[in-house]
Design a protein around this ligand. Sequence first.
Ligand code: ZN
Ligand code: ZN
Length: 306
Amino acid sequence: MTPIKRSAFSKEGKWFRGNIHAHSTVSDGAVAPDKQAEDYCAQGYDFLALTDHNVMPTHAELSRDDFLMLPGWERDIPYGTTKCIHLVGLFPENTPDEAFIRRERGNPDTMSMQDLVDEMKSEGQFVVLAHPVWSRMEPEEIRALKGIDAIEVFNTGTERLCHAGHAEIHWDMLLREGRHVLGIACDDTHGKTARSDRFAGWVMVNAPKLERGAILDALRSGNYYSTMGPQLHDVTIEDGMVHVACTACSEIHVVTYPPRGKAHYAGEHPLTEIDYPLKGGERYVRVECIDENGCTAWSNPIYLDA
Ligand SMILES: [Zn+2]
Ligand SMILES: [Zn+2]
């Protein structure tokens, strides 16, 4: 085994908690932008992106020294009455504070799914494929998309709305093809569901400081993990051994391909770390840690084919 050391995230910066998919009264959310920012801040979040549908006010006036607003939006194309594609885009760090952009939703007669990705990428956005299960996207439609930075592995809103918030299978489908795609957990807050769709899925970003450029750099480079609660302390591969350390969990899953990885279960005591020897030939390794409440943390993949 090649003596390498690679980690899923750095431990050198500071940790910042954020939700990068939420709506407000600017589109179809139930909560006004200032109240949404105030509530997320009060819950211990460090940053928030209000990603209203096809409209992007930066909300720069809601940022404070200890709370950052990331400019973003959610673009979509509907297909008939049942299918669609939704893409969350975070705008680059040079976006002027006063920027305000509104676009029509995509017209399926004149714009393809790929056209929308390409348009957002050409504008420097960090592009996340939102809730593919809720959107009723077929596997071949997801696989055909080129250039997305990430896929929502967990979306609170669509999970609580109709059990359509998980996309681990679709994420692995892309990773098995050798695609480098990050995972994102988010709320997709609307505030309209019977059960709250706030504060249940977020990212923990490792960055030197709480500034737009630093947070976006960390997201682009995958220097973060996604979670519903458990904290990841370490996901490192060294000399063919995967080391995982986390807060108390019932299950730690090492997901790899082509070998199948391994599920680890707590015995008498909760799991807080495991070591797993790679079998050889793995192209990527990612980790899921699940606590006694069924809440999951997902590491980003470590690519061994790069
Ligand atoms: Zn959506
Ligand atoms: Zn949304």
